[in-house]
Design a protein around this ligand. Structure first.
Ligand code: PMP
Ligand code: GLN
Length: 387
């Protein structure tokens, strides 16, 4: 018998729920409203640009911190949309998706035993990253119906070992967009207790109705204690390109780059050039992009009205949570399996995004970054589910 050589710190880790549900969708020939990725391509002009970059010979290693034109484009975007000034030389780092920015940030800044507060439901890689870095997880629950948090619960979660508060706005999986008052309160605590904030803003351009995305780094006193993370995968509907970035003060960036250098060293070169070009078109691109997603959100909300699943209207991101009907006595994982196998519709059971409460057992997450046909067919299958 071969021994188990795996390191102790990974023994608690399972397979990502996104991979599990996409595999089940494939095996059961089900409509996939589970894993969060568009089932269509990003703009053709961007594909053409990437192809052009490859033909022009932009195919060898990029500098480890990312190509300068992309770092400059991100700096200009932050200035134009949020009035934030960042030096592209030493405050912006291009990584393999937001996933690697998150990993490099936590590896770079957590010491064994440091506590990290995150709001549940959380994006699953935060939990894994903190465990891999030797940190201790503390949770604060976003509660239905608005997915707001209790300010006392947040304040009480802070101890003398706390190093980070992690936020994600617009929020996966609930579609919540943090309000200015919530951000002010988090900032107040961060400054009072000398904490860092990781702000995952990958859906920064996906807000609906009157919701407005506010980067917490733009609040007074927050610029030097925030690591802002985002990704081109969402904004340009190219999740497979895996181009993300981390923005932070020079001192924090220096630490993050040390880990990034030994993790991926550099990110694919033609993709970086193509995304730098895409940023030059951002202004004209965004209204159509937002509108298409708004239509998809509204289509799914409308379709869901005639199912047994009550939706929580998302103000941002491309996800929504639905309640499992009360009469159904199955938890989220069991019903997700039942739905994918017998009703041919894949969803995400969100209890894996919770660390302390059972709230996730009563909901499912649906992704609406899908074509109209997929959304209609998915809702049709959900409609067949009768209590
Ligand atoms: N953060 C959140 C909240 C996400 O939803 C995702 C992916 N959907 C990521 C990070 C990872 O982004 P990337 O694909 O750029 O690594
Ligand atoms: N972030 C995507 C989601 O929330 C999935 C990304 C992944 O599979 N790693 O579904």
């Amino acid at each position: 018998m071969i021994s188990d050589f795996s390191a102790n710190r990974i023994k608690v880790m399972g397979t990502s729920i996104f991979s599990t549900m996409s595999r089940l969708a494939f095996e059961n020939k089900a409509i996939n409203l589970g894993q969060g990725y568009p089932d269509f391509d990003g703009p053709q002009w961007l594909i053409d640009e990437a192809y052009k970059c490859m033909k022009e010979g932009k195919n060898q290693y990029a500098p480890t911190q990312g190509i300068l034109s992309l770092r400059k484009a991100i700096s200009e975007m932050q200035k134009k949309y949020y009035a934030l000034e960042w030096n592209p030389d030493n405050e912006i780092t291009i990584t393999a998706g937001a996933t690697e920015s998150l990993y490099s940030t936590f590896q770079a800044l957590i010491n064994e035993g440091d506590e990290v507060i995150m709001f549940e439901p959380f994006y699953d890689s935060y939990q894994a990253d903190v465990v891999l870095a030797g940190g201790i997880l503390k949770y604060v629950t976003l509660k239905k119906p608005d997915f707001n948090f209790d300010i006392n619960e947040l304040e009480q979660a802070i101890s003398d070992k706390t190093k980070f508060i992690v936020i994600n706005t617009p929020h996966n999986p609930t579609g919540k967009v943090y309000s200015i008052d919530e951000l002010k309160f988090i900032s107040h605590l961060a400054i009072k207790h000398n904490l860092l904030v990781v702000s995952d803003e990958v859906y920064e351009f996906l807000t609906f109705d009157n919701a407005k995305h506010i980067p917490i780094a733009s609040l007074p006193g927050m610029k030097d204690r925030t690591i802002t993370i985002s990704s081109a995968g969402k904004t340009f509907s190219m999740t497979g390109w895996k181009i993300g970035w981390a923005i932070a003060s020079e001192q924090l960036t220096d630490a993050i780059r040390k880990v990034h250098q030994w993790t991926t060293f550099a990110v694919n070169t033609p993709g970086q050039h193509a995304i730098a070009y895409a940023f030059t078109k951002l202004n004209e691109y965004l209204p159509g992009f937002r509108n298409e997603y708004l239509e998809r959100r509204n289509l799914l909300l409308n379709e869901l009205r005639t199912t047994s699943f009550n939706a929580h209207i998302p103000e941002g991101s491309y996800f929504m949570m639905v309640d499992i009907p009360e009469l159904v006595k199955l938890n989220d994982e069991k019903i997700a399996i039942e739905l994918v196998k017998n009703y041919k519709i894949a969803t995400i059971p969100p209890s894996v995004f919770y660390g302390k409460s059972d709230e996730g057992k009563k909901m499912l997450r649906l992704c609406f970054a899908k074509s109209n046909e997929t959304l209609i067919a998915g809702a049709e299958n959900l409609r067949k589910f009768k209590i």
